[in-house]
Design a protein around this ligand. Structure first.
Ligand SMILES: Cc1cc2nc3c(=O)[nH]c(=O)nc-3n(C[C@H](O)[C@H](O)[C@H](O)COP(=O)(O)O)c2cc1C
Length: 307
């Protein structure tokens, strides 16, 4: 199948999408293991949960679901030993017209997502997690379900993960087919089997009163993949400004959702889009200050046209 992604720009460092677009890369676990799969889970599972959260805080990882909320700060809202069950729900609703970054990961690199979720679950004392996939993505649901089975069979999920004593089950939950299901409290209602009406905040912040009224972390598909990558390259390097190019590209694809090629991180392409965005006040409003900072960085360094 022809990849939707273009090859990286010479100045681009591809992170989460590094393997997925490569010729011959497949979503099965053997291929993932050949590319360093689950090595970061092995590192994280011998750390203290608080150390993992600190690394994510230091990395400055921003959520990729649209609001760019700092991931480590969100995780910090969970009290490890509050005696309550904690949950993770991965948001794979991706209903914004024209967006496809999460589907691309679900189809091509599902184990990267599972590894990121397993690291998060260990850090947050979570033993039950859901991946909410919009019902219009049946192929993605099948691929991810198969990946979960493979990971369980190899000891990366299920009971006593990698001999650590930590247990985690992940289930796919297929969405209810409404755009609002992507909003985190609606998504939680939907998993609970109800109509996806949003809950009122306060008091229903998911980290306090989430799934089954228990502390719940909702993160986007791509956000969890970045968690894996933080432990691969280290939070210092990850937070380096140079990595913003890829982040901006996917972020813009998330908020703007306008055209498929934007995810290629082509700096010249981004440059063009930024011009359009600046010309259109309705669009520029949606660009966070961080995305703008990254965009400025690209504009500063990008003088050549990759063609
Ligand atoms: C109407 C609406 C639709 C949303 N749709 C999505 C979506 O499809 N995918 C997503 O990850 N976040 C979506 N969000 C944001 C989520 O509520 C939530 O902030 C996000 O999943 C948190 O993940 P992050 O911190 O990793 O970005 C939506 C928000 C609103 C208000």
């Amino acid at each position: 199948m022809k990849s939707l992604l273009l090859p990286p720009h010479p100045k681009e460092r591809r992170i989460v999408f590094k393997n997925a677009w490569t010729q011959g890369y497949t979503p099965d676990i053997d291929c993932y293991l050949q590319h360093g799969g689950y090595e970061e889970l092995k590192k994280a599972i011998v750390m203290k949960p608080g150390e993992i959260i600190d690394e994510v805080k230091k990395s400055n990882l921003r959520g990729r679901g649209g609001a760019a909320f700092p991931c480590g700060v969100k995780w910090g809202f969970i009290r490890h030993d509050d005696g309550k069950p904690h949950y993770i729900t991965c948001n794979g609703d991706e209903s914004e017209p024209g967006t496809f970054k999460d589907r691309y990961i679900l189809h091509n690199d599902p184990h990267q997502l599972l590894e990121g979720m397993a690291i998060a679950a260990f850090a947050l004392n979570v033993h039950l997690a859901y991946i909410y996939i919009r019902c219009e993505f049946p192929k993605a649901a099948g691929i991810v379900t198969k990946a979960i089975e493979e990971a369980r069979a190899r000891g990366f999920l299920g009971k006593n993960i990698l001999g650590s004593g930590f247990d985690l089950e992940i289930y796919v939950h297929q969405g209810a087919g409404a755009y609002i299901c992507g909003e985190e409290t609606s998504l939680i209602e939907s998993i609970e089997g109800k109509r996806p009406y949003p809950r009122i905040k306060p008091p229903y912040f998911p980290a306090v009163l989430g799934l089954y009224m228990s502390p719940t972390i909702v993160n986007n598909v791509e956000t969890f993949c970045h968690v894996k990558q933080i432990f691969k390259i280290g939070s210092d390097e990850y937070s380096n400004e140079e990595l913003l190019a890829e982040m901006t590209a996917s972020f813009l694809s998330g908020v703007a959702g306008i055209e498929q090629k934007i995810i290629t991180s082509s700096a010249a392409y981004l440059q063009g889009w930024l011009k359009k965005m600046k010309a259109d006040p309705k669009l520029i409003i949606q660009v966070s200050s961080r995305a703008q900072k990254a965009a400025d960085y690209i504009l500063h360094y990008q003088n050549d046209d990759p063609g």
